[in-house]
Design a protein around this ligand. Structure first.
Ligand code: CA
Length: 232
């Protein structure tokens, strides 16, 4: 079995130690960084499969680190937040974090989140090795094999999670899904999700694929229910 690598960027040694201990026990290869700069260096040198990123960090804070990572990588990032204001910021700033977990968190919750995020990576790798197809919506195309979305023949950069959400909705054109359903199907949560995550990801996706994100043509809102994909 190919062991997955996790980078933990967290300056509090007690938290870092216990997280490392527990994730190692789950079979992951874990490395740690104790400030933002070291975190970025290790992100590039180790190329982890997933990153756990604290927000309050010396040198560069978690927001800056996440932004930097997103300039070149779509590695899943789970932010570790200590306060409700940070949650709002994680969601509001649209940094490209895939998920967040609020401190203090239990190890079971953390491991469940990590596994859910890793499962998405496995699924996308499986798709790469099978014969994918291209969903063609005229000027918008979704290449399931190459994980590539194009509009007017220009590639649109999406995070893995944004892609997964778009793919899920587009493959089941016109079908309406509740936020809870999307959280379970696209994020893979059973108990721990926050439905705001779905709204934020939809918003980001609209900003990237729609001509005008406040008047979407593809990702539609069904008031009081959820979202669906429509061929314009
Ligand atoms: Ca900290």
């Amino acid at each position: 079995m190919n062991q997955k690598k996790i980078l933990v960027i967290e300056d509090e040694k007690t938290i870092s130690d216990i997280v490392k201990f527990n994730l190692t026990k789950e079979g992951y290869i874990v490395d740690t960084a104790f400030d933002g700069e070291e975190g970025l260096q290790k992100t590039y040198s180790m190329n982890p499969d997933l990153i756990l990123l604290d927000i309050m960090l010396p040198k560069l804070d978690g927001f800056q680190v996440c932004k930097k990572i997103r300039e070149s990588l779509n590695t899943p990032v789970i932010m570790l937040t200590a306060k409700e204001e940070e949650v709002d910021k994680v969601l509001g700033l649209e940094l490209g974090a895939d998920d967040y977990i609020t401190k203090p968190f239990g190890m079971r919750e953390l491991i469940a989140r990590v596994k859910a995020n890793m499962r998405r990576i496995d699924l996308s790798n499986q798709h790469e090795s099978t014969n994918g197809k291209i969903l063609d919506f005229g000027i918008l195309t979704i290449d399931l094999n190459r994980y590539e979305v194009k509009k007017h023949d220009t590639v649109i950069e999406l995070t893995l999670r944004e892609f997964e959400l778009l793919k899920y909705l587009a493959e089941q054109e016109s079908q309406v899904f509740s936020r809870e359903q999307l959280l379970e199907e696209v994020w893979g949560y059973e108990y721990y999700g926050d439905i705001r995550t779905v709204d934020v990801t939809v918003r980001r996706l609209r900003e990237k694929i729609e001509d005008n994100s406040s008047e979407p043509q593809y990702i539609m809102t069904k008031r009081g229910i959820g979202y669906y994909f429509r061929r314009p």
